[in-house]
Structures are given as C-alpha cells and as structure tokens.
Design a protein around this ligand. Structure first.
Ligand SMILES: CC(C)(COP(=O)(O)OP(=O)(O)OC[C@H]1O[C@@H](n2cnc3c(N)ncnc32)[C@H](O)[C@@H]1OP(=O)(O)O)[C@@H](O)C(=O)NCCC(=O)NCCS
Length: 198
C-alpha cells in the first residue's frame, strides 16, 4: 500500500518545522513505558538532523535528510550519508572497490502511523506500511545516488531493544551482521544491520 504522502529533501529552511516531528510520546496513556531510544531518534530529527546532514555534505559525504508529508505534517523521515573508507572497518565486511557504503543513520514514522501489535480492528492504515514505504524510499534514494555502482552496501546500527525497528529491517531484506559495536561507538546495545543493493 502506498500512502498519500509527498517525499522531499529537507533543507535548512525546515529547521523549525523538523521540531514538530513526533514519532513517540510519553505513553502511560497507551499503557507503554517511555522508550528512551525512540526519544533519541526523535531528538535527532528535531534538533540534529539538519546540522549533521549539512556537516556530512561539507565533508563530501553526501548527507541526505528526506521527509514525507501528509495533511498533518511530517509523516516519516530518514537520513543517510556515505561512509568514508576509513570507517569501513567498523562494519566488518570486505567492500569491493567501486562499491559505496551508505549509513542509513535514522528512520522514523510519525506516531499516527504506528499501531499497537494485536489491536488492529478499526485502523485507518495498514500497520507497518508507512515504515516499509519509508525504507523503500530510502533504498531508492540511495541506489539512485550510485547508479553506476555494481553494488551499494547499506548499513545501520540498531539498539537491540528496538524490536519494531529490527522487525522492519528484517521485513525489508536486511540482516544483522554483528552485535556489539566496535570503537569508536563501542556500544554493546547496538547491532549492525546490512543490506547489499545490486
Ligand atoms: C522503526 C519504525 C519506523 C517501525 O515502524 P512499524 O514497522 O510501523 O512498527 P511500529 O512502530 O508500529 O511497531 C509496533 C510497536 O510500536 C508500538 N507502538 C504503537 N503505537 C505507538 C505509539 N503511538 N507510541 C509508541 N509506540 C507505539 C507498539 O506497541 C509496538 O511495540 P512492541 O514492538 O513493543 O510490540 C517505528 O517503530 C518508529 O518510527 N520508531 C521510532 C523511531 C525509531 O526507533 N527508529 C528506528 C531506529 S533509527
């Protein structure tokens, strides 16, 4: 299912607008305790995405921040950038010459597109569909930016407590290639996920 959203690249002019993006909220009301890693993702999109993507652009790493919009505002967002060759050892795979590696840094859907598992009747959308559309859009965008390359390695780090994110990546052809992130990030809670686009 494709949603009625429009995708576009976010720019510096969206700095204030990005602060309105809500992928999670205090959810006692929903019988769900606060999920810290979701707040970190939300903070990234609200505060850090635009400067970090611009920094990546300045560093020649082709940073991209892309958002989807519906009539209520930002419906989904993702950010990705090229990895530098000296970062390849962090991902632990042999990368053939001429094949770029992209980090899918963050991806989130607005809370209004998320659904408690098992409570489906009456929903106006298909659970997971916006997330899948976002991953697909991100992969198209990534592929598009390396049209000449025989393969593109797409990788990302995911907190192992983030079950929704891991389910989404598994549905979309990613594998967890290692768990426990080596320095400089060095965080045992992070797993490295990968998909090779051909
Ligand atoms: C990762 C993501 C895009 C996957 O979306 P999805 O495939 O549609 O899956 P959902 O988020 O609907 O997954 C359902 C889970 O969300 C919970 N959920 C549903 N509505 C929610 C809401 N309004 N607020 C918080 N959590 C909610 C469900 O209870 C379920 O939790 P469980 O895994 O503990 O059972 C989405 O979870 C998201 O945007 N998360 C926040 C940002 C994030 O963590 N991104 C990934 C790392 S960059």
């Amino acid at each position: 299912m494709t949603h009625d959203v429009k995708w576009r690249v976010a720019t510096k002019d969206d700095t204030r607008y990005m602060q309105s993006f809500t992928c999670t909220s205090s959810s006692k009301r929903r019988g769900r305790t606060e999920v810290s890693f979701e707040y970190e993702v939300q903070a990234f999109f609200r505060k850090f995405a635009i400067p970090q993507v611009n920094q990546a652009k300045n560093d020649g790493l082709d940073g991209r921040l892309v958002i989807a919009e519906d009539e209520k505002g930002i419906a989904a967002a993702y950010a990705h950038r090229l990895l530098e060759p000296n970062e390849y050892r962090e991902i632990g795979v042999e990368v053939p010459p001429g094949c770029p590696v992209r980090e899918l840094c963050f991806l989130a859907v607005a809370e209004r597109y998320r659904a408690p598992r098992g409570k489906l009747p009456g929903l106006s959308f298909t659970p997971g569909a916006m997330a899948d559309e976002s991953v697909n859009e991100a992969l198209w965008d990534i592929k598009d930016r390396a049209a000449e390359s025989p393969r593109v390695y797409v990788t990302g780090l995911v907190d192992y407590r983030n079950a929704a994110s891991m389910r989404m990546l598994t549905r979309n052809g990613f594998d967890e290639v290692s768990r426990g992130c080596p320095p400089p990030k060095g965080d045992n809670r992070l797993g490295r996920w990968m998909r090779i686009l051909r």
